[in-house]
Write a protein that binds this ligand. Structure first.
Ligand SMILES: *Cc1c(COP(=O)(O)O)cnc(C)c1O
Length: 391
């Protein structure tokens, strides 16, 4: 009798489907329809001709940069902001044609050439960088596009208003230097409307000088998510939302915030399950002790995945729509959870670390509070080894 040959082993590891394969059951789902929903909500907040720069730096705050850059491009967004040249180049290699602003200051200045070659728009905030950019442009026989950053109170990169005037004069006199945008960044847009207004006024004074006195034409932008939702006067020509694109709130009291949809769900599966007696200790340090006969499950996620160790004995996960507490310390690659109360719990059950399951939900803000940090850090910390899947 003739036997079917077994499938080639390589097909097992690299099947000819486009969905990524992973063996360790620990992944992030990114819902593109929720991303588009949030983008639409943001647009509803803006005047008709206000542009949007989607800030998808740091791998889209951990959500998966390339996938969301593609969605932003599909939505007809005119600008994308990234942290670094590396991120910008990754987007270009993935076929993103949208304008890309690199928010980080570029040093050493030779890096400016990389921006020119890959058609990335650098941020310039000093006369030295401006001169270096001019040299590069002349050397490559190109016009160098850039955005000028003005520091009106953030105290990070950006030219102080005293130093910005000579830079603007140089820009006006140098045909190789094409300032396509000028921006500032707010430091307390979420908490202090008075200081934010003062920053806005310092900035608009400079914008006015550049336009009216020097005749420069450029996009002026200032609003992050908090400013975008708090103060329409900050919108100017373009807004720069980041966190709100992902359905997360820039405000401490999220309930005051417009209703957006969280884009990210972090999932894993029960990979081990056992019934243990009362008085049984779980994980390093024996910090968790059962008080009755219990069912303890192990999930393949740990602090090396960005599941913060501060959640040990404090955080919850969802199994079969029920909240289950983390039992003992989170370890590098594995975490134990107490599933005693979960009817019918079984090996392979899906576990939600962040997101909704049934009627229950674990919010990013809930984890942020336990970790004494902000929601931004929680999603950014999800490590690159966790596959991101667009659904
Ligand atoms: C990160 C960042 C933003 C986006 O801020 P959110 O609070 O996430 O909306 C906007 N502008 C600059 C310069 C940034 O660095």
């Amino acid at each position: 009798m003739k036997k079917e040959p077994p499938p080639a082993l390589t097909n097992l590891f690299f099947p000819k489907k486009r969905t990524p394969v992973f063996f360790r059951q620990n992944w992030v789902e990114v819902d593109k329809s929720d991303f588009h929903f949030n983008l639409k909500k943001i647009k509803e907040h803006l005047a008709k001709d206000t542009k949007i720069m989607t800030v998808i730096k740091a791998n889209a705050y951990g959500h998966g940069g390339v996938a969301l850059a593609k969605e932003a491009q599909k939505a007809g967004i005119s600008w994308i902001a990234v942290s670094s040249l590396e991120e910008g180049i990754t987007f270009r290699e993935a076929g993103i044609k949208t304008n890309i602003l690199v928010l980080g200051g570029l040093y050493p200045f030779e890096n400016l050439q990389v921006a020119i070659v890959h058609n990335l728009t650098p941020t310039i905030s000093t006369m030295a960088a401006l001169s270096a950019l001019e040299d590069m442009a002349v050397r490559h026989n190109k016009i160098a596009n850039f955005h000028l950053a003005v520091d009106t109170g953030m105290g990070r990169i950006g030219s102080l208003s005293e130093s910005v005037y000579p830079m603007l004069q140089k820009i006006a006199q140098t045909p190789e230097l094409n300032m396509t945008g000028m921006y500032t960044h707010f430091t307390v847009a979420d908490t202090d409307p008075v200081f934010t207004q003062m920053q806005l006024e310092s900035f608009t004074k400079i914008v006015k000088y550049a336009r009216q006195t020097l005749g420069l034409k450029f996009i002026a932008h200032s609003a992050n998510s908090a400013a975008l939702f708090r103060n329409k006067r900050t919108h100017l020509d373009m807004v720069r939302p980041g966190i709100s694109l992902f359905g997360l709130s820039p405000f401490k009291h999220a309930e005051r915030f417009i209703k957006l949809k969280p884009v990210l769900t972090w999932k894993t599966k029960i990979s081990f399950l056992k019934r243990v007696p009362s008085g049984f200790c779980v994980s390093y340090g024996r910090t968790f002790v059962t008080t009755k006969e219990s069912v303890i499950a192990t999930i393949p996620v740990g602090y090396a995945d960005g599941y913060n160790r501060l959640l040990s004995n404090k955080g919850d996960v969802l199994v079969r729509g029920k909240r289950c507490p983390i039992a003992g310390r989170i370890t590098m690659d594995m975490t134990m959870i107490d599933v005693t109360g979960v009817k019918g719990v079984a090996l392979g059950d899906e576990v939600v670390l962040i997101g909704a399951q049934g009627k229950e939900q674990i919010k990013v803000d809930e984890l942020a509070k336990i970790q004494d940090t902000i929601n931004y850090e929680v999603t950014c910390a999800i490590s690159p080894r966790v596959p991101r899947i667009v659904v």
